[in-house]
Design a protein around this ligand. Sequence first.
Ligand SMILES: Nc1ncnc2c1ncn2[C@@H]1O[C@H](COP(=O)(O)OP(=O)(O)OP(=O)(O)O)[C@@H](O)[C@H]1O
Ligand SMILES: Nc1ncnc2c1ncn2[C@@H]1O[C@H](COP(=O)(O)OP(=O)(O)OP(=O)(O)O)[C@@H](O)[C@H]1O
Ligand SMILES: [Mg+2]
Ligand SMILES: [Mg+2]
Lengths: 166, 166, 167, 167
Amino acid sequence: SRDRFQEAFNATNAMFQKVFPRLFRGGEARLELMLEGTDDVLESGIDIISQPPGKKLQSVQLLSGGEKALTAVSLVFSIFLIKPSPFCVLDEVDAPLDESNVARFNELLREISQVSQFICITHSKKTMECADRLYGVTMEEPGISKLVSVDLRRAEKVPEGSIIAP
Amino acid sequence: SRDRFQEAFNATNAMFQKVFPRLFRGGEARLELMLEGTDDVLESGIDIISQPPGKKLQSVQLLSGGEKALTAVSLVFSIFLIKPSPFCVLDEVDAPLDESNVARFNELLREISQVSQFICITHSKKTMECADRLYGVTMEEPGISKLVSVDLRRAEKVPEGSIIAP
Amino acid sequence: MKLSRLDIVGFKSFADKVTLNFSDGITAVVGPNGCGKSNIVDGIRWVMGEQSAKHLRGGKMEDVIFSGSESRGPMGMAEVTLTLKNDGRVPSEYANYEDIAVRRRLFRDGQSEYYINKTQVRLKDVHDLFLGTGVGTRAYSMIEQGRIGFIVNSKPEERRFLIEEVA
Amino acid sequence: MKLSRLDIVGFKSFADKVTLNFSDGITAVVGPNGCGKSNIVDGIRWVMGEQSAKHLRGGKMEDVIFSGSESRGPMGMAEVTLTLKNDGRVPSEYANYEDIAVRRRLFRDGQSEYYINKTQVRLKDVHDLFLGTGVGTRAYSMIEQGRIGFIVNSKPEERRFLIEEVA
Ligand SMILES: Nc1ncnc2c1ncn2[C@@H]1O[C@H](COP(=O)(O)OP(=O)(O)OP(=O)(O)O)[C@@H](O)[C@H]1O
Ligand SMILES: Nc1ncnc2c1ncn2[C@@H]1O[C@H](COP(=O)(O)OP(=O)(O)OP(=O)(O)O)[C@@H](O)[C@H]1O
Ligand SMILES: [Mg+2]
Ligand SMILES: [Mg+2]
């Protein structure tokens, strides 16, 4: 199983090196196996090297909140592209991102959603607009959650005054 | 110093019970001293009881991300009103909040800013609009931060195409 | 295996039964703070066999049963049903089913039941069903609220599980 | 004590000197991801005497010195100056000053200097200056990015410090 681990690592690393520059519009990133005190890959740690465009190579800890979120999304999407899981649930992962990074995130999300189903919880209007189906959760009766559904493919863009339009 | 601690606790608790319903438009909250295994207040823990409007009393852990953030902001603002510190720095505390909670947060922020200076880092246009002075940070030269300043009191609302308008 | 529908009743803030139908592509869930969006994610983790109440933001597992509101009393049972469409990538014993409905129930007295297509099964059967598909409840396929930065902030040895899931 | 201005040079991503003038009320800081907004907050904590590099998202304290970019080499020194207006609520030895400028410098060789109104002082003097005003670097008056939920998620005994700051 050491071979399988190494193979999975190599595949993930190769994909990460493709997805990261797509999301960051440049820059580069890679994974490194940390074999501190052991030469057994199954005991190793994984180091993330992330270098946004125009910046010097630094430890991931110095990245900003949005850069960390986008780096993590690049890694999750990379794993998804190698071993697509039937579905993926993302709960407000776009919250730390600014408008241009939300747009890039949505672009890649649209692409990967051809392969897997996504359930995306979001407060961002841009992310809502790129969904195929939209559920609004309301608590008109205090403390009791109800659902309102809108199928975006057929429906007009959510009208401004509707229950869904925030 | 036990008396001072008890006094500070009572004052904070009383203020918290006023600020919380302001931010949540109803509901109630309070602090409780937890004297597990000791009767010395200086060793005690502080429990937060938070009940948003229309909901049953539950542990704070069950609150949503936005409700937790708003409860924490109520507590920080309460402490501020009792012992105003010269200034306060808030780094994207409005990120988990939906539009109507951001508006309530801004309303109270405006009020408290009569007493203390606030430095607010935000991505929300609504929060920007209620500031007295606005600094935009840019990285036109990759990796190097520069500042652009706009004094909102005099300036028109930030023009759509300008460097600041996100 | 594709997601086709989710039914929730008596779980967290969903006192009345609600149903989500999933299509291909992206399903967005929106709404104000505290309305119940993340409770839907908790419902999915729960029906897939999540055993830690803390992971569902509760103290004990009974915390997932609707505990009442201003206008209603607490309920006695929580039930979530996740219906999947069989697209060929399922464990062999389910190969003949077109739909696979996984159901979990919990009663106030602590009794809990699992069903697959209306037949009562053990927790292990539910875990086995999902294990081969890469959607284990801890894996990269469910990112909880506020946890996206965790992957980058965690220690290198904590990230190993990501690669193990792929291997 | 009121904030009047902040000067940063060579600290984190601020290679060239920048100045923020603070007015009464609210000063908003905006900009895209990674542009340097939270670095300003780190600069304020640092000049007020923060001793933990980890709290400034670094490994060692030298990580706060500008380490270079695509077009520039690393710098040898980081310097942040926070100028305060004396509104009467300052420790007695500073009562006669209208402005109080606190400066901190760090050189690559690890040497660090503190100044109050151009006179070199010890770290303890900087701490004493801020201690009485309620703006200690750990207190309720500086909420870092992503930490707002921490107050509610932390254990009851971890919240005691909030009341201690008020006492
Ligand atoms: N067992 C339960 N019975 C009734 N209500 C519950 C139960 N468990 C949780 N809740 C309620 O559910 C609400 C939280 O819902 P949830 O976390 O899904 O909100 P959300 O829509 O994700 O909001 P946000 O946008 O702030 O993240 C809380 O107000 C809590 O009181
Ligand atoms: N010593 C240093 N020298 C040069 N650049 C640095 C240094 N320390 C940090 N940086 C850079 O500063 C950037 C982070 O800035 P910061 O955290 O202030 O962003 P931000 O504006 O808060 O973004 P966000 O909106 O995503 O939170 C990183 O890209 C990092 O590379
Ligand atoms: Mg939520
Ligand atoms: Mg930041």
